[in-house]
Ligand binder design. Structure first.
Ligand code: PLP
Length: 237
């Protein structure tokens, strides 16, 4: 990575923080009420660590192999590492104990495996339950009508602690439409919180990416996951 790309990351980091602060205030909250997680897929560890040196304190990977390849190089003394991608049950053991939170739990089977691998290591893994708010076929996440049942099944499992919800709404170029998905998601979050389910904490609502994090915060996101707006367009080669 070049000096120039480091400077770009510095510039972007500051700009994103300012926009998060502005959206948080517009929604009646403070900057510190919204967590900025950097989505670090395809980004090399040196660049990630540079962002961490600027104050970034949450990063998220979405592929197990990539996370493991970079794991020894992350500077995690003051930064939380999370898993944000689709996770297969048979890969849970490879990341258990390495990640602070798994954002993308959408089945009892996956939750049971996280539970088993956590208990084995004598630790508790925080999770979010992923909701398919746009009801898209072939997309991860539970439908909203199945959320409460899944939460009630996961809640009693040992070694696992539900902290909230996450979603990836359908891709749409219309800001009004995307805001409606965020609005619906926030409403679901509030309704589920109000039920005060045993052993279920609803403190994190993870939604909003590079193109729409501002809208997501206006509708109540408490965590945004930002990749390309911070690190530049991804290079998959
Ligand atoms: C890549 C990714 C993001 C960030 O995407 P950008 O559009 O680059 O900000 C957010 N969430 C998940 C789950 C991702 O995989």
């Amino acid at each position: 990575m070049t000096e120039r790309s480091f400077r770009d990351v510095e510039y972007n980091y500051q700009l994103i923080n300012e926009r998060i602060a502005e959206a948080a205030e517009k929604s009646g909250r403070k900057r510190e009420d919204v967590t900025f997680l950097a989505a670090t897929k395809t980004v090399d560890a040196a660049t990630i660590n540079h962002a961490i040196s600027l104050g970034l304190d949450h990063i998220g990977e979405n592929r197990v192999q990539e996370l493991l390849a970079k794991y020894a190089d992350y500077d995690l003394a003051n930064c939380s590492l999370q898993f944000i991608g689709h996770l297969q049950s048979n890969k849970v053991r490879q990341i258990a104990g390495k990640v602070d939170l798994i954002q993308s739990v959408d089945s009892l089977k996956l939750a049971q495996e996280i539970s088993a691998q956590s208990v084995k290591r004598n630790l508790t893994t925080d999770i979010l339950v992923e909701v398919n708010i746009g009801r898209e076929e072939n997309k991860s996440g539970v439908f909203e009508e199945n959320l409460e049942e899944l939460l009630c099944q996961i809640a009693p499992l040992k070694g696992i602690s539900v902290k909230g919800l996450m979603t990836i709404p359908p891709i749409c170029d219309n800001k009004h439409k995307i805001s409606k998905y965020f609005y619906n998601m926030h409403k679901l979050f509030i309704d589920i919180s109000a039920k005060k389910l045993d052993n279920v904490s609803m403190s994190i609502l993870s939604m909003g990416m590079s193109s729409d994090y501002y809208e997501a915060i206006l509708e109540g996101a408490t965590m945004v996951r930002i990749g390309s707006a911070l690190f530049g367009a991804r290079n998959y080669t």
